[in-house]
Design a binder for this molecule. Structure first.
Ligand code: GLN
Length: 288
């Protein structure tokens, strides 16, 4: 019978394979995949290198490495990712929450400290990361909309996993929002697809080939969904309600103009950790 390999030997092999596959964070990724398979934390991985792993574990590791070499995102392989310190299930059919989107959630939480924001609708909720965090950290009453039933299954599971009650509705933008919410919502938030068609083909293969196209593609100029959401959001927001968008780094000026034109005031941009425009928000004034 073949001898089982040690953790440190298998880890070395994993790192080498991912480095050869040009994965920038090859060491970190090789560690995470092995930790997941063996059910151990990083300290155990690095201090118990002489422990043997079973042949089943090794086979599973090799299969994971092959998926990563084929550019499948690490988060899809692990089936999990972190957002604002909470854990989310992810997989094919749902956008992996990005740390940039934390800026969007934080902007909503910040405004809610000085303005009444209790009821909130998230348009294009994907994994549900936005309304789940707004409920968890801001005690809001949230609705998550998505056109994709697959995404909503993830969102529902994530809500249960994080013990928050969010109302999930399968809806093409606002098409299935209950009439009772018309003109009554305190805030609308959205991280819509905002990548222009021509940029999509140049994205990393992890994103381009694995993440849902309909979560990325914002049309010819990337602004299609902002136009549609802006037009419809005025029907659902109350007077003085707020609209928050995540945006691409080069879309800030266009969005400021579009929001002002749609009747929003106090419009402002907020930057991400890299100093790039990432969020725009404003308040609906009907009587201007
Ligand atoms: N709201 C989800 C997120 O921010 C999904 C967004 C999307 O699919 N465009 O991760």
């Amino acid at each position: 019978m073949r001898e089982n390999k040690t953790l440190s030997r298998v880890l070395q092999e994993g790192k080498k394979r991912l480095r050869n596959a040009n994965k920038e964070n090859y060491a970190f990724e090789a560690e995470l995949l092995l930790m997941d398979i063996c059910g151990i934390n990083r300290v155990a991985l690095l201090t118990q290198g002489d422990a043997e792993i079973t042949s089943e574990q090794e086979e599973k590791y090799i299969a994971y490495l092959a998926q990563r070499e084929a550019n499948r995102p690490l988060q899809y392989i692990l089936g999990q990712c972190e957002f604002m310190g909470l854990s989310f299930n992810v997989g094919e059919g749902v956008l992996i929450p990005r740390s940039d989107t934390e800026v969007l959630v934080e902007a909503v939480l910040e405004v809610s400290e000085r303005e009444k924001i209790k009821t909130v609708i998230d348009v294009g909720t994907g994994s549900g990361c936005i309304p789940i965090c707004l409920t968890h950290f801001g005690q809001m009453i949230a609705v998550g909309l998505d056109i994709s039933p697959v995404a909503l299954d993830f969102a529902r599971k994530n809500g249960e996993f994080n013990h928050v009650a969010v109302k999930w509705i399968e809806s093409d933008l606002f098409s299935a929002v209950p009439e009772a919410l018309r003109g009554a919502v305190d805030a609308i938030v959205s991280n819509p697809p905002y990548i222009s068609k021509e940029v999509i083909e140049g994205l990393m293969p992890e994103v381009r080939d694995y993440e849902p196209r309909n979560a990325l593609d914002g049309g010819d100029d990337g602004l299609d969904f902002y136009r549609r959401i802006l037009e419809e959001s005025c029907n659902w927001l109350r007077e003085g309600g707020w609209l928050f968008f995540e945006i691409g780094y080069d879309q800030g000026q266009a969005l400021l103009e579009m929001m002002t034109e749609a009747g929003f005031c106090q419009c402002a941009l907020q930057q991400d950790l890299a100093g790039l425009d990432r969020v725009v928000f404003g308040k609906l004034e009907r009587n201007q």
